[in-house]
Design a protein around this ligand. Structure first.
Ligand code: NDP
Length: 251
């Protein structure tokens, strides 16, 4: 027999998911909604958000669509104000949206490409924290999950802007975890490993996507990280190995 409480472990919880229009963010949004959360879905592509909304409703869930460019930082502030007005708190933030930028030597990268990668992968996540931290603190179990990458540590040739942005994101999130250590808020990182998405296809055009795991494989793990039962903060959840990594260096 299915236990209703277990089937909807995130009932009544309010969740923001960035990059919800496709790939990992879309799968996360669907899984969070299926687990009972009301999903506030953020991305630029309105049509894809509307498709997501249809899919969530078909599953019996609910969503609010927020078509915005995460480089519009004032819009991120307005999002926080709107959530405050409607719900007065936020339970879950999934900082997933990201861009790859250009894969090329550091000396060849157009400064506009560099700035765009930093703006979306790093600064937007800081602005989300800045806007939404007061609301997460008002939840009884605020959970903030940010999607990083193995590139943050591997420092491979030609992945410069992306790797630098993800390494800085990891520093940002660990700092946020330290600042919320005495509160119910938990902040963590997620390394998805290679997954079958548009970004991976752009990065590795010669790869057979059928050999990769999918965002739908990852999504239940995002639900777990977002749930009140998850209590590790400042850690990296490494999906390829299923291990929880504590990146703390020497004191
Ligand atoms: P996709 O390219 O499939 O999706 C990226 C998402 O980010 C889209 O929903 C896109 O929405 C959104 N986005 C990009 N730029 C903006 C912007 N300026 N404003 C608002 N939304 C934006 O990528 P994945 O699903 O593969 O990646 C998701 C996350 O996972 C990223 O952070 C990525 O770095 C990370 N990752 C992915 C891996 C993989 O193998 N797929 C491996 C390791 C990490 P829209 O275009 O509609 O705005």
């Amino acid at each position: 027999m299915t236990d209703t409480l277990t089937a909807t472990p995130l009932a009544e919880r309010i969740a923001v998911v960035t990059g919800a229009s496709r790939g990992i963010g879309r799968a996360a949004a669907l899984a969070l909604a299926a687990a009972g959360a009301h999903v506030i879905a953020v991305a630029r592509t309105q049509g894809a958000l509307e498709d997501l909304d249809d899919a969530i409703r078909q599953g019996g869930g609910s969503a609010t669509l927020v078509p915005l460019d995460l480089k519009d930082y004032d819009a991120i502030d307005r999002l926080g104000a709107a959530i405050n007005e409607r719900w007065g708190r936020l339970d879950i933030l999934i900082g997933n949206a990201g861009v790859l930028g250009a894969l090329m030597p550091l000396g060849h990268i157009d400064p506009k490409v560099w700035a765009n990668v930093m703006d979306v992968n790093l600064t937007a996540n800081w602005r989300l924290i800045r806007s939404l931290d007061p609301l997460l603190r008002r939840s009884d179990a605020g959970r903030a999950v940010f999607v990083s990458s193995g590139a943050a540590a591997s420092c491979r040739a030609y992945w410069g802007p992306y790797a630098v942005s993800k390494a800085a994101l990891e520093a940002l999130v660990r700092t946020y975890a330290a600042e919320t250590a005495t509160t119910p808020v938990k902040a963590m990182l997620l390394n998805p490993g290679p997954l079958r998405t548009a970004m991976r296809q752009a990065a590795m055009p010669g790869e057979d996507p059928e050999t990769l795991r999918t965002p739908e494989d990852l999504a239940p793990h995002i639900v777990r990280l977002a749930s009140p039962a998850w209590t590790d903060s400042g850690v990296i959840y490494d999906f390829p190995t299923g291990r929880v990594l504590s990146p703390q260096g020497p004191a």
